[in-house]
Write a protein that binds this ligand. Structure first.
Ligand code: CTP
Length: 398
């Protein structure tokens, strides 16, 4: 079992203080132990009791309060933290830390910790754009402090611009991602393709397929959380572009091919989970096709097999394909593995309702080029990604 992680959340004074309650609730749901330190200004916006109730730990806000245990609090929390999150981070706390000032419980703890510290700033737009604040942020980034950029929008003061606390779900995800273990893909570059491609017939119509991108996005997020440098090349998808990776959005087979080739030489692991269209309209009509009295017959011509192209060019990359099959699953998958010069192929049955297109789960068999087949149970797409990297890493380490 993995050891429970501890996050020390530093809350400094601004209107966004109440939003941090939601971040803490999300961290607790992820089974993270949370301690809260508030500045005196923060306690003017929300009482420490709310933070205490959600974190289920005593909230610290006064440095000279009677200690409850024989520990120096800022030192003990600084040591206990696996990560410190400062949210909302005001211009004041950013300025203090950037200039070495430690005059309250929060600033002293930040100064004393060896754990990673991530700031989520929230302040008025003009303050955020003030060159002094910008300089302080740059200085902290140079020292290795992390930042979750604020969002843009209408601020409490009525101004519109940058400075809103980032989305609370995103803040929680960033923290959970930073704490994720193991970081065993560190130093590796992973390319993932996801979603469908589309082929236009005229300015109004196109053909595509049922792929939603869920499988590829889950793999890309697993790789990111394990420390890899990730490039996600995705066809049209309703999913939010994940943070912490380069995301390239494409539409057609050719755009995907070009985007993949730009990255391919520098990649260590390439996973092609995209459902690439094999055919495109033979004659694209630049004008809308008008209806006639009879049937409409369209002709399609073969498009690039991107994965075969990568297999032919392969040097040291580990190349992994997916096989979307409805019958003779293993046999068809093995054939594709050979034809496209792959190291692994992930075979899945697209006819199953529980695990087919659009579902959150998948049931796959991972086949290696040596013929070994590992049949996995039905599991979340994220877990499929986890198993896949476990297998690939074993391969790399041998
Ligand atoms: N693929 C690709 N380019 C294509 C078609 C497929 O790169 N034009 C990749 C997919 O991303 C997947 C693998 O090849 O990793 C297998 O895709 P799949 O659609 O199962 O197979 P096809 O090779 O297209 O064969 P068929 O459609 O005849 O089953």
């Amino acid at each position: 079992m993995k050891q429970q992680k501890t996050v020390v959340v530093g809350v400094s004074g601004g209107v966004a203080v109440y939003k941090t309650l939601d971040v803490i609730s999300r961290l607790r749901k992820a089974d993270i132990n949370v301690h809260v330190i508030m500045t005196e200004a923060a306690t003017e916006f929300v009482t420490p009791l709310s933070f205490q109730s959600l974190s289920q730990n005593m909230v610290i806000h006064n440095m000279f309060e009677e200690p409850r245990a024989w520990e120096i609090q800022h030192i003990s929390l600084a040591k206990k933290a696996d990560l410190m999150l400062i949210a909302p981070a005001t211009a004041n706390i950013i300025g203090k830390v950037a200039n070495g000032i430690a005059d309250d419980m929060l600033s002293t703890t930040i100064m004393a910790t060896k754990a990673p510290v991530i700031f989520a700033p929230a302040m008025n737009t003009n303050m955020y754009n003030n060159p002094i604040v910008k300089d302080n942020i740059r200085k902290l980034k140079d020292y290795g402090y992390g930042f979750i950029e604020p969002a843009s929008g209408r601020l409490a003061c009525g101004d519109v611009g940058d400075g809103k606390l980032a989305d609370t779900e995103l803040i929680a995800e960033r923290v959970i991602s930073a704490l994720y273990e193991p970081k065993d893909l560190m130093g590796l570059k992973v390319l993932v393709t996801a979603g469908p491609t589309i082929s236009a017939i005229d300015p109004v119509r196109f053909i595509t397929n049922r792929s939603t991108g869920k499988m590829g996005y889950a793999i890309a997020e697993e790789a990111r959380d394990r420390g890899a440098e990730v490039v996600l090349i995705t066809g049209p998808s309703n999913l939010q572009p994940p943070f912490g990776m380069k995301v390239k959005q494409i539409n057609t087979n050719e755009e995907m091919l070009n985007a993949v080739l730009e990255e391919y030489d520098s990649c260590d692991i390439v996973i092609k989970s995209a459902a690439v269209a094999d055919y495109k309209a033979k004659n694209y009509s630049s004008e809308k096709i008008k209806k006639g009295s009879g049937d409409l017959v369209l002709e399609f011509t073969r498009d690039n097999d991107i994965l075969k192209n990568l297999g032919d060019k392969k040097k040291n990359q580990i190349l992994i394909g997916f096989a979307a099959e409805s019958n003779e699953i293993l046999q068809n998958a093995k054939e594709k593995l050979g034809k496209k010069n792959l190291d692994y192929i992930v075979a899945n049955d697209i006819t199953s309702k529980e695990t087919g297109f659009g579902s959150d789960n998948n049931k796959v068999t991972i086949i290696s080029k040596t013929g070994e087949a590992i049949e996995l149970e039905s599991m979340s797409k994220r877990l499929v990604g986890q198993e896949l990297f476990n297998i690939v890493l074993k391969h790399i380490n041998n």
